[in-house]
Design a protein around this ligand. Structure first.
Ligand code: RIB
Length: 297
């Protein structure tokens, strides 16, 4: 079976569905509250597992009830949780506001995620050979670099989801990773105002490809000098939280299963579209058969 290793964050999401997103200094009343499982890394692991990959999660949670619940939920998805370390810090928490159009605002108390080390991420217990390693920027840069370097050493394709956006170290860019920024993240990390200039600069720096997620407009796949638009789906949007994680997780699962990058990007775009039709980061994440059926429709 296809092998995906996720090096990433694990959070509990405290979510208020509000009439609108607050401006700085504003208090918005009248919303409804829900608690969900989240964290970009854990969400990506769940998306990849539901898409049919054999998944190992590497991360850090606290020795607390939130950590117990987070690990149990990943195990229930069939994910190997042996790479999750218990640390002396609270499990990460994300405070999320969701607007009626599904847009969100997120602030994260990283807690245990900030203690994930380069050593944790060095893939020492992962067998050498094919597969995909996926990581995000909700864990320390040292862990991201270690994971990307280790993936190259053992022959896994790295997928780096640069979220939340920050400049990537040159060794990450030079590693031949596939990058999956949103349009906003691409512009923030490259300092340009132009998507094509942004992806071109990342490819020139050594990225194998860049797949830019564009929300309802689908995605743009940039590979060498080629640019391919992948159309989005018309869906009733409830909550966009986790759509980018669904995209990256499904892309990784499809690649690990031997699909070409273009097919993997199409499946990921389709899955991300399906994921926004339910509340919470994970409730709308589709199974492999649901993705295949939607791709045929
Ligand atoms: O990408 C969505 C995720 O970002 C949420 O689950 C939240 O935990 C934050 O990390």
């Amino acid at each position: 079976m296809s092998r995906v290793v996720v090096v990433g964050s694990i959070n509990i999401d405290l979510v208020v569905a509000a009439g609108h997103l607050p401006r700085p200094g504003e208090t918005v009343v009248g919303g409804t509250f829900a608690r969900h499982l989240g964290g970009k890394g854990a969400n990506q692991a769940v998306a990849a597992a539901r898409a049919g990959a054999s998944v190992l999660m590497i991360g850090a949670v606290g020795s607390d009830a939130d950590g117990d619940e987070s690990v149990a939920a990943l195990r229930a998805e069939g994910i190997d949780v042996s790479g999750i370390r218990r640390v002396q810090a609270p499990t990460g928490v994300a405070i999320i506001a969701v607007a009626p159009d599904g847009e969100n605002q997120i602030v994260v108390a990283s807690g245990a995620n900030s203690l994930l080390s380069a050593d944790d991420a060095s893939l020492t217990n992962v067998p050498v050979g094919p597969g995909v390693m996926i990581t995000c920027l909700e864990v320390p840069t040292a862990a991201v670099v270690a994971a990307v370097v280790a993936a190259a050493r053992i022959g896994m394709q790295a997928v780096v989801n640069p979220a939340p956006a920050r400049a990537l170290p040159p060794e990450v860019l030079a590693s031949g990773a596939i990058l999956t920024p949103s349009a906003e993240e691409l512009l923030a990390m490259t300092g340009t105002h132009d998507i094509d200039a942004g992806v071109s600069s990342l490819i020139a720096a050594g990225a194998r490809a860049v797949v830019v997620t564009l929300g309802a407009d689908g995605a743009l796949l940039a590979h060498d000098t080629r640019r391919t638009s992948i159309p989005g789906r018309e869906v009733a949007v409830i909550d966009t939280t986790g759509a980018g994680d669904t995209f990256s997780g499904v892309l990784a699962a499809w690649l690990a299963n031997g699909h070409e990058l273009g097919d993997a990007a199409a499946a990921a775009t389709c899955a991300a579209g399906l994921s926004v039709t339910r509340a919470g980061a994970r409730d709308g994440m589709p199974s492999r058969s649901a993705i295949a059926e939607a791709l045929r429709a």
